[in-house]
Design a protein around this ligand. Structure first.
Ligand code: GAP
Length: 517
């Protein structure tokens, strides 16, 4: 399926053509890295969110949800560190007038060395066949060794510069490695500067009572500042979690790859509060739980990997990303962090309010530690789209574009198609629609040939097409066409709810992920 950047471009066009994602403000020529979800996109996105929400709040007795406001007291962002440290190092090219993240330019240079090494390995693997020993080859091949040496040298300098927050050194690395602007091809770079990613606006109506506020760059802080509210009103006992889905905003410098990096996006975050000292055990538990959630969708187990962080934020004692194989490489979709008691302690310090938990078993009060799972809805949407998209060659030379979406997530579960617009077929089709519409998202379509209607449904990933023909009117049976196999079977109308329900139910998906819990 989706393998490379050409396919990625097709997926982006497909999203627009079939009502999944539109560029924001398109009739005004768009707005950078902001997108709108269309009639099918919103359904797919809502189903992803429901899958996450129910996996968190139904499958765990000790996880509850909240919905906190986007605007919060500005001191929250001082306490969380976002005002002082939520920065990206940016650099401008004077010729193209384009702005880049300095760290991304250097990481792309590292990726070039990695690519060269992989190419050598792939070539040799082909040449030597079964007898190929990759480890030995990497240790001895001069070209691989030379690129590895360059990679190690650059990586060491880069890591030190980032750790020391040394912006001059970042610029020097870009100059020393002769990194050019991909647009102008020149090395006419400005100095590197820090750029805060938070959007700022004013709250209040008159000049003497306005206050600067931020659009939240993550939903997590809304959970931390409500820790005591939820713990007390819900009489929650540790360990317990608070889940939230909501919009977040970041003024990304390099916004690209479609909905992968947006300026307005949505997060699904869960903070799990635990006893100090137990956090690493819970970190492992949540790593495995979250991977199971992803894998239960059946997008392909091999498409996921953990990327453990070598460099930890000063408040974290473990962190990993779940990466997904996008057409443009393995990319972070979800972060899992052991954040110690940093956030709650900071809010205690900045608000002056005691934020502690009294543990009745230990008979003592303490600041809980936190494991955070944080996933981007839009990145999840993209991973589902990319792994579902297929241009399929059919027998007889025909082709079709089909989205093999996980059935429980599909925007439309079944299409109801009278073969022709006469002989009682539309009326019968409406009856079936009226029976199914309370349980399933159905779409009625009577325009064009049935073949064209099948293609339209394949393109939006509808798992089932129900065709009402002459025989239906006589014996109450229909043909049921499967999106993936295109096979059709004749079934009784009365069996439709159970067949579609069994295959498309979110409950079954939740059960399959829960089996090994
Ligand atoms: N509270 C922790 C936090 O916000 P993060 O790694 O910055 O951590 C978590 O973000 C997730 O949010 C990412 O794994 C990604 O899926 C999503 N995300 C972050 N920035 C994004 C952006 N600009 N566009 C789309 N999704 C984004």
């Amino acid at each position: 399926m989706a393998q490379n950047e050409d396919v990625f471009k097709k997926i982006v066009s497909h999203c627009k053509e079939y009502g999944f994602v539109f560029p924001s403000s398109e009739i005004y020529d768009g707005l950078g890295a902001v997108y709108d979800y269309g009639q099918n996109g919103v359904e797919l996105k809502n189903n992803i969110k429901r899958y996450w929400w129910e996996a968190m709040t139904l499958l765990h007795e000790n996880i509850v949800g909240i919905d906190s406001a986007v605007f919060m007291h500005p001191t929250i962002w001082k306490a969380s560190g976002h005002v002082d440290a939520f920065n990206d190092p940016l650099i401008d090219n004077r010729d193209s007038k384009k702005r880049y993240r300095a760290d991304v330019l250097i990481e792309e240079q590292l990726a070039k060395y990695e690519e060269k090494m992989s190419k050598e390995v792939t070539k040799a693997a082909k040449r030597f066949g079964d007898s190929f020993d990759e480890a030995m080859f990497r240790q001895t091949n001069p070209r691989v060794l030379e690129n590895q040496r360059k990679w190690d040298e650059l990586h060491a300098r880069y890591e030190k510069a980032m750790n020391d927050n040394n912006l001059d050194e970042l610029k020097q690395i870009i100059l020393d490695y002769e990194i050019v602007d991909p647009i102008s091809g020149t090395r006419n770079w400005t100095d590197v500067r820090q750029f805060n990613l938070m959007f700022k606006t004013q709250m209040g109506s008159s000049s003497d009572n306005t206050m600067d506020v931020y659009l939240r760059p993550e939903t997590a802080q809304g959970i931390f500042v409500n820790f005591l509210n939820v713990q007390k009103t819900g009489r929650m006992r540790l360990p317990f979690g608070i889940a939230q889905i909501g919009k977040a905003f970041r003024n990304e410098i390099v916004a690209r790859q479609f909905v992968f990096r947006m300026r307005e996006f949505e997060q699904m975050e869960m903070q799990f509060f635990v006893r100090p000292g137990e956090e690493l055990k819970w970190f492992e538990t949540w790593k495995q739980n979250r991977l199971r959630w992803h894998k239960a969708l059946g997008l392909g187990d091999e498409k996921y990997r953990f990327h453990d962080h070598e460099k930890l934020a000063h408040y974290a004692n473990a962190a990993t990303d779940i990466e997904f194989q996008m057409p443009f490489g393995f990319k972070e979709v979800e972060g899992i962090h052991s954040r110690t008691n940093f956030d709650l302690s900071q809010h205690e310090k900045f608000s002056g309010k005691k934020i502690q938990y009294f543990d009745p078993e230990l008979n003592e009060s303490y600041t809980p530690y936190v494991i955070e799972t944080s996933i981007g809805v839009d990145r999840m949407f993209l991973s589902v789209m990319c792994s579902s998209y297929e241009e399929q060659k059919l027998e007889g030379g025909d082709t079709r574009v089909v989205l093999h979406l996980p059935k429980a997530l599909a925007p439309v579960k079944c299409a109801i198609l009278p073969l022709v617009r006469k002989d009682g077929m539309p009326e019968k089709a409406r009856e079936i629609m009226d029976m199914l519409k309370f349980d399933f998202a159905c779409r009625y379509d009577e325009k064009d040939s049935v073949g064209k209607r099948y293609r339209r449904m394949d393109a939006i990933g509808t798992p089932y097409c129900i065709t009402i023909d002459g025989q239906t009117v006589e014996d109450n049976t229909v043909t049921l066409r499967d999106r993936d196999t295109m096979e059709q079977q004749r079934v009784a109308i009365s069996d439709l709810p159970s067949i579609i329900g069994e295959q498309c139910s979110l409950n079954n998906l939740l059960k399959s992920m829960h089996k090994n819990d």
